[in-house]
Design a protein around this ligand. Structure first.
Ligand code: SF4
Ligand code: SF4
Length: 353
């Protein structure tokens, strides 16, 4: 949330052994719904933890993002009863542990869109969940196939945009609290922040800037007029089969639909994820559809992330997590598409298709 107090000296870092961290998380299970990386069906995913021994705090990037905590796949938002309408949301405090810096950055994008601080709309359902969410980030050591977070200006070793941050060590981790929530989190637990790191031995990443790390940032400094009709969008989208996987798996995608259903005389309105990659996503009630072609839908996806959201909210809605690249059955690659557009803009279109 942009309300994070980004104070690099906010809390001093503390060492936690693996056993201390496990015992502390076990204590926190009494207070929170804990979500962390766990193995499910041979995949690393962020999921609700029942037993701390299931938590996998290592270098893997979970297959799916943690956006479902604040933006569930399906969420009842309203019930129409006989003589009244009620909101259907029930909120519990959630602790997300082990969020990689790219996923922490993605939460910032969702915050910009849904909290209304820069945008026009404040989504109460998102905000209620977000308020009850505590995020503990965790460092990434190795770049995975398809990842390009550094090109997007992120630092895989650290993020200040969360409540606290774990830097994994040989046994356990160094924990740096970054907000009041992050300081209070472990008080009264088995790892009650009682072991500050010795002066001068704090992980180097803990002093790092939140962005502008690594190579030149992959951005589109252009206008819609320069790229909307001037780029080979049909070529870019050639392999797309319109499955929508890229949008569902993306930590920043947030399109949704509202559906009403009736059971025993009670109508429930449910918010469900939708995808701009589906042909009927933009079908109007009157029959007109402004994006009937798949290249038009792919163009919308790329420009929404790299042009429209930056214009409307001041951030880029792609963290370079690489999930869409690893999961696309058609082999589409948003990083390469954006890089190609940049080359064409620099060379005034003289790049062979
Ligand atoms: S995952 Fe690939 S094939 Fe599926 S909709 Fe996205 S770009 Fe198209
Ligand atoms: S567009 Fe792809 S690489 Fe970018 S944040 Fe979404 S899933 Fe990750």
């Amino acid at each position: 949330m942009s309300g994070y107090e980004m104070l690099s000296s906010f809390g001093s870092s503390h060492v936690m052994t693996g056993n201390q961290l496990s015992a502390a998380l076990d204590d926190l299970l009494q207070k929170f719904t804990v979500v962390a990386p766990v193995m499910a069906d041979n995949k690393l995913v962020y999921d609700e933890v029942k037993d701390v021994s299931d938590i996998v705090l290592d270098d893997g990037l979970p297959y799916k993002s943690p956006k479902e905590i604040v933006f569930p796949r399906a969420e009842d938002v309203m019930r129409f009863l006989e003589n009244r309408v009620e909101e259907a949301q029930v909120i519990k405090p959630v602790l997300l542990v082990g969020a990689k810096p790219c996923d922490v950055a993605a939460m910032n994008v969702l915050d910009e869109v849904f909290t209304g601080e820069q945008g026009r709309f404040k989504d109460s359902f998102y905000n209620n969940r977000r308020e009850f969410l505590t995020i503990v980030g965790m460092n990434c050591r190795e770049k995975k196939a398809g990842c390009f977070c550094e090109e997007r200006g992120l630092n895989p070793a650290f993020s200040v945009d969360c409540d606290g941050f774990l830097t994994l060590q040989h046994d356990g981790a160094v924990y740096k609290p970054l907000t009041e929530k992050g300081i209070d989190l472990f008080s009264g637990t088995a790892a009650a922040l009682s072991n500050p790191v010795s002066p001068g031995t704090e992980p180097a990443s803990h002093g790092a800037e939140p962005a502008s790390h690594g190579a030149e940032s992959l951005v589109l400094n252009t206008t819609e007029g320069e790229v909307f009709n001037a780029m080979p969008w049909e070529k870019y989208a050639e392999g797309c089969i319109g499955c929508g996987t890229c949008t569902f798996i993306c930590p920043t995608c947030h399109c949704f639909n509202l559906r009403d259903s009736e059971k025993n005389g009670i109508v429930t309105r449910t918010r469900v994820w939708d995808s701009c990659m589906y042909p009927k996503f933009t079908l109007h009630a009157g029959g007109h559809n402004p994006r009937t072609k798949k290249y038009e839908r792919f163009r919308q996806r790329v420009l929404h992330k790299y042009l429209y959201i930056p214009e409307n909210y001041g951030c880029i809605a792609c963290t370079g997590c690489g999930r869409c690249i690893r999961s696309c059955p058609g082999g589409l690659n948003i990083r390469n598409t954006v890089a190609d557009i940049r080359s064409r803009l620099e060379t005034k279109g003289e790049v062979p298709v």
